[in-house]
Design a protein around this ligand. Structure first.
Ligand SMILES: Cc1ncc(COP(=O)(O)O)c(C=O)c1O
Length: 450
C-alpha cells in the first residue's frame, strides 16, 4: 500500500471502550483504604468521583458503551489518522515500516481529551458543577478545561509550579477555555500550606498537585476530582486509540511487530497497546515497549509495591511500580512523565512480562524529536519523543539485522507549547539526568507498611 495516511470515516469510529481487566493473566491486587488497610469499597471513592466512574474503575465487563454525547464530541477530531513515516524511514535507511497514530490532532494537542470529555460527561450527568484537577506539563489541564467548557462545567486546575513558570502558554489556553489555574503548591489547601511551610521554594510535583486537587474536591459538595492518567477508568477511555489502530492496520494490510508508547502515568500507552495485549496472550508475536525518562525511572528501577498516589497521603494505597510518593523528580522538560507512580494495570502487565519497559536520557530523546520534525514535519511533545527514540532504535536494529518489521509509535501529542525546551536542546544547554540510587533509596524508605 502506497498511502501516507490511513483514515477512518466517522461511522467507523469504535463505539465501545475495551476493559482489559477480565483478560489480565493475574487479577489486580485490590486498592486499599489507607485508614483501615482493607480493600477499597465504592463508597470510599464517592467523595471525589461520581458513581458511574467508580463503577468503570472496578468493573470486570470487557466492553463499555461510549455515550452518544461523548461520541459526538469525539467527532471534532476522531478518528485520528494513522500515518506512515516514510521520510523518517528513508532518513534512517531502515527496511522497517514505521507508522504513527497521531493523537496530536485533538483540540488540546494530545490524547488527553479522550478521557477528559468522558469524565466531564459523567460528572455532569451526576449533577456535579465543578471539577478540580492537577496538571504537570499543562496538557491534561488544558484537555479538561476544553472538555468542561463544552459540557458546561467549571474547572479548577492545580498546575505544578515549575511548568506554570516554564510553560505559560498552556495556562493561557486553559484560561481561554474558562478554567481557573493555580501554581501548585498553593496556600488554598491544607496540603499545599504544609508543603510551602516546610519548603517555600519547592518547584512542586504531580504528587503534591494531586493532593491539592483531591482535597479541594473532598471539601466542596459541588466539586469532584478528575485524574488525567493512572486510574483504570482513564486507561479504559484511551482504548479507543488502539481499537482505531486495529481497523487502520487491517486496511493497510499490516500486522504490528512492535508497538511503542511513552509512559508517564500510563494512559496513552495503555490506549494504544491494551487492545493488542490479548493477541499477545493468545500467542501473536508482538513486542510492546513502554518508554520513560531516566530522570523518573518508575518502571525500570522502582519496586512493585503498595504506595499512595499523592504526596499528602490522601489517596487509596495502590499496588504499582513506584519511586515513592515523596519523590520529587528533577525538573526535566517532559513534564508529563514526572510522576512517581504508574498505572496499576500497566504495572501488572510489566510484572507479567507482557510489556517491556525502557528508559532514555533527555538529550537522545530530543535528538529523536528533532529528526522526526525534520523528516515528518510535526514537532512531537517531549513526552512523545521518548516513544520516537525507542522506535528509531528498533528501526536501526532492523537495519542491522536486515529485518522488515512493522513498528507503531503512539504519537501522544505535539510540542508546540514546548518550544523553550527544544530551544534549550538546540543551543546545547539541555542536561542529561540519571537518578542516583541514593535518591531512590531515600524515597522508598517512606513507602507505607502494608
Ligand atoms: C503529550 C503527552 N504524552 C504523554 C503523556 C504522559 O501521560 P500518560 O502516560 O498518561 O499518557 C503526557 C502527559 O501529560 C502528555 O502530555
Amino acid at each position: 500500500m502506497d498511502d501516507y495516511r490511513i483514515l477512518l470515516s466517522e461511522k467507523d469510529m469504535p463505539t465501545r471502550w475495551y476493559n482489559i481487566q477480565p483478560d489480565l493473566p493475574r487479577p489486580l491486587s485490590p486498592p486499599l483504604n489507607p485508614k483501615t488497610g482493607k480493600p477499597l469499597v465504592p463508597q470510599d471513592l464517592a467523595p471525589i468521583f461520581p458513581m458511574s466512574l467508580i463503577e468503570q474503575e472496578m468493573t470486570q465487563e470487557p466492553w463499555i458503551d461510549i455515550p452518544d454525547e461523548v461520541l459526538d464530541i469525539y467527532k471534532l477530531w476522531r478518528p485520528t489518522p494513522l500515518q506512515r513515516a516514510r521520510r523518517l524511514e528513508k532518513a534512517l535507511g531502515t527496511p522497517a515500516r514505521i507508522y504513527y497514530k497521531n493523537e496530536s490532532v485533538s483540540p488540546a494537542g494530545s490524547h488527553k481529551p479522550n478521557t477528559a470529555v468522558a469524565q466531564a460527561y459523567y460528572n455532569k450527568k451526576a449533577g456535579v458543577t465543578r471539577i478540580a484537577t492537577e496538571t504537570g506539563a499543562g496538557q491534561w489541564g488544558s484537555a479538561l478545561a476544553f472538555a468542561c467548557k463544552l459540557l458546561g462545567l467549571k474547572c479548577t486546575v492545580y498546575m505544578v509550579k515549575v511548568s506554570y513558570l516554564q510553560k505559560p502558554y498552556r495556562k493561557f489556553l486553559m484560561h481561554v477555555w474558562g478554567a481557573e489555574v493555580h501554581p501548585s503548591p498553593t496556600r488554598h489547601t491544607r496540603s499545599g500550606r504544609e508543603i510551602l511551610d516546610k519548603d517555600p521554594d519547592t518547584l512542586g510535583s504531580l504528587g503534591i498537585a494531586i493532593s491539592e486537587a483531591v482535597e479541594d474536591a473532598a471539601t466542596h459538595d459541588d466539586t469532584k476530582y478528575a485524574l488525567g492518567s493512572v486510574l483504570n477508568h482513564v486507561l479504559l477511555h484511551q482504548t479507543i486509540i488502539g481499537q482505531e489502530l486495529k481497523k487502520q492496520l487491517k486496511i493497510a494490510g499490516e500486522k504490528p511487530d512492535v508497538i511503542i508508547g511513552c509512559c508517564g502515568g500510563g494512559s496513552n500507552f495503555a490506549g494504544i497497546a491494551f487492545p493488542f495485549i490479548k493477541d499477545k496472550i493468545q500467542g501473536q508475536k508482538i513486542d510492546i515497549i513502554a518508554v520513560e525518562p531516566t530522570a523518573c525511572p518508575t518502571l525500570t528501577r522502582g519496586p512493585y509495591a503498595y504506595d499512595f498516589g499523592d504526596t499528602a497521603e490522601l489517596t487509596p494505597l495502590v499496588k504499582m511500580y513506584t519511586l515513592g510518593h515523596t519523590f520529587v523528580p528533577a525538573g526535566i522538560h517532559a513534564g508529563g512523565l514526572r510522576y512517581h507512580g504508574m498505572a496499576p494495570l500497566v504495572g501488572s502487565l510489566v510484572n507479567s512480562k507482557l510489556i517491556e519497559p525502557r528508559a532514555y536520557n533527555q538529550n537522545p530523546v530530543f535528538e529523536a524529536g528533532v529528526l522526526f520534525a525534520q523528516t515528518e514535519g510535526i514537532l512531537p511533545a517531549p513526552e512523545t519523543s521518548h516513544a520516537i527514540k525507542a522506535a528509531i532504535d528498533e528501526a536501526m536494529k532492523c537495519k542491522r539485522e536486515k529485518k522488515e518489521k512493522c513498528i507503531i509509535i503512539g504519537f501522544s501529542g505535539h510540542g508546540h507549547f514546548d518550544l523553550t525546551a527544544y530551544d534549550t536542546f538546540m543551543s546545547g544547554k539541555l542536561e542529561d539526568y540519571e537518578l542516583p540510587q541514593e535518591k531512590i533509596k531515600e524515597a522508598l524508605s517512606k513507602l507505607p507498611k502494608v
